[in-house]
Write a protein that binds this ligand. Sequence first.
Ligand SMILES: [Zn+2]
Length: 138
Amino acid sequence: MADTRTPEQRSRIMASVGSRDTGPEKLVRSLLHKMGYRFRLHARDLPGRPDIVLPRYRTAIFIHGCFWHGHKNCGKSGRPKSNVDFWNEKIDRNKKRDAAAIVSLKALGWRVRVIWQCQLRNEMALRKRIERYFAGAV
Ligand SMILES: [Zn+2]
């Protein structure tokens, strides 16, 4: 992918990708709601501040942008060809932080699920994925 944007432009785009209440998160929320799950948002008291928490299932969900969180083997996670060190460092830092949050949450007895941005395109598939998450979880 040719990177025609200036670092500043890209930085702005990426900042908006990482912000709260993004499209992907709303999509997962509304699907969970339709499926009858009750949840709360942005659990600030939990490691990594999971995007969605389902206390009844003791499950924490992160919704990760593929680029921002370095989704492995994903077509959407291609790293920019310019400012390589800058982006590598940033993404690697995010990945480390994500991994640490998952370890801490598990240590507290939470199940952790990560939903990637690229998994949101097909609602049926996402619905099945969510059903699998909670099958027999209670
Ligand atoms: Zn992905």
